[in-house]
Design a protein around this ligand. Sequence first.
Ligand code: SAM
Length: 249
Amino acid sequence: MNNFKLYSQYYDLLYKDKDYHAEANYVLSLIKQYKPQTKTVLELGCGTGNHAAILCNHALKVIGLERSAEMVALAQQKNIQNFQPIVADIVSFTLAEKVDVAISLFHVISYLTNNQQLIQCFQTVHQHLNTAGIFMFDVWYSPAVYTQKPVVRVKKLSNSEINITRIAEPQIHYQQNVVDVNYQVMIEEKATQKITTIYETHPMRHFSIPEIALLAEHTGFELIHTEEFLSSQTPSENTWGVCFILRKK
Ligand SMILES: C[S@@+](CC[C@H](N)C(=O)[O-])C[C@H]1O[C@@H](n2cnc3c(N)ncnc32)[C@H](O)[C@@H]1O
């Protein structure tokens, strides 16, 4: 799967309005609540290191796993102290050390669309956690996906050099609990008005609470809490992103 290969160079611009500080502070509050003595964190799908940059400022050592070498290169350029981004697939990886907490933020687990990938990822995370370690992640939530239905979205952003227009067109696969998000990204160079167009498809799986509870049970975890990501509200049919907190049994 080639997603994020071309798109990665525009990633930070596309998400420049995303509140990484609020999200990292939210994660820190969950760590404080569920694993207060945490020193080491494994971040699955760390992207360009935007959450890690903040977490590492709070005396945490973060190892980041990221499939896109382009995203890892961008993360490395940020020279974040105590952050080690590694090109790796979260479905199967081997690290020399265990960590206190594993996190996966901004729907990374939704990129694992089949059961085998999910089981393998959860089992591998389990192997890399210390006793009673915590695994927390946010994913798309099936009740909201089927109530609200994904729609076509257009996002426009610019910096001093380029204008970007991104069109996201969803295609629902009811049998798989998967939505293919078909991205068309048009990049216009301001100086020359030359337009380059990139196409990428991101298949996204969505989950229900009993489904994650079953997956957790099957892979040696206990599902201890669910809430709306960031707001901490009880998940409802209006909650697109749900945060799941699992403890290693
Ligand atoms: C929406 S981005 C989120 C990145 C980052 N967590 C953030 O919040 O900015 C999803 C990321 O997950 C990564 N990813 C998806 N599947 C992966 C896999 N199997 N192994 C490693 N990384 C993966 C993608 O390359 C991409 O960087």
